[in-house]
Unconditional design. Structure first.
Length: 272
């Protein structure tokens, strides 16, 4: 169904939204954040990624919403779960998470036609210090990207701030995937690169909605796609981390739609 909706509404032009759009995105973003909050106590050693996916789907449907990923371009699951060297779009299944893993869970819900898209990192038990450092760098990179969002700035300012920080921490930014516009369309204009040069790209205007979702590797940035057509992994098998917010440009800055109502967007990660 989402393929049909995308085909109907995607124009390639950047859409500007008014108060109704902001209200719709707040509802969708909050539910997406609440879904990830709900999953946190279940991300423990031994849980299968398929079980986490089942929990997410039940939660979304029980709240009168739709899982945006389910059926999208043939995808058969509700969320993406990407552990360790999986960069993004990991397909939930029989794999059990193990002590010391780090894992990204990415969820998108549809509430009254509006898409709420967010992801965060979870530690499975106690993790290695280098893994926690990677997660910390990724969250800080997102914060630095968010700080660039205001009318008159450019999309390149976001990418430049993220890249400069990440590389200063001796990590790398994935080039193959980017943030995207969203609203009543899952993936729309503009593309939000997480690398680049200041003063380049589209000018930010009030009413623009998009995601910022940096993917950061502990090693080099190249990735490869597995035979399933979805799962992307680091070529050098180094650890990867990602976090994501859906945001709107306001008259004087940015509104984050996917803030955790319980303050758990950044779950505590313990080190071994």
């Amino acid at each position: 169904m989402t393929d049909i909706l995308d085909a109907e509404y995607r124009t390639g032009q950047i859409k500007l939204h008014g108060p109704e759009g902001f209200e719709g995105m707040r509802r969708a973003g909050r539910l997406a954040a609440e879904c990830l909050d709900m999953l946190e106590p279940h991300v423990v050693p031994g849980v299968t990624t398929g079980r986490l996916d089942d929990l997410a789907r039940e939660f979304i449907l029980d709240h009168g919403a739709l899982p945006a990923c389910l059926g999208y371009r043939g995808y058969t699951r509700t969320v993406c779960i990407s552990p360790n060297h999986v960069v993004c779009h990991g397909i939930p299944g029989e794999r059990a998470l193990r002590e010391g893993d780090i894992a990204n869970i990415d969820v998108t819900v549809i509430v009254d036609g509006w898409h709420g898209d967010t992801s965060r990192m979870y530690g499975v038990g106690a993790v290695a210090p280098r893994a926690k450092r990677l997660v910390d760098v990724t969250y800080e990179a997102l914060e630095r990207g968010l700080a660039q969002v205001k009318p008159g700035a450019r999309t390149g300012d976001i990418g430049a701030a993220i890249q400069q920080y990440v590389e200063s921490m001796r990590c790398s930014v994935v080039r193959d995937f980017c943030g995207h516009g969203l609203g009543k369309v899952f993936h729309d204009a503009p593309n939000i690169l997480h690398f680049g040069q200041r003063g380049t790209g589209d000018v930010l205007k009030p009413g623009m909605f998009f995601t910022i979702e940096p993917m950061v590797n502990l090693g080099k940035h190249p990735v490869k796609l597995l035979a399933d057509g979805w799962t992307a992994v680091t070529r050098d098998k180094s650890l990867s981390a990602q976090c994501e917010h859906s945001v709107g440009v306001t008259e004087d800055g940015v509104e984050i739609f996917t803030v955790s109502p319980t303050g758990r967007f950044r779950p505590e990660i313990r080190t071994a």
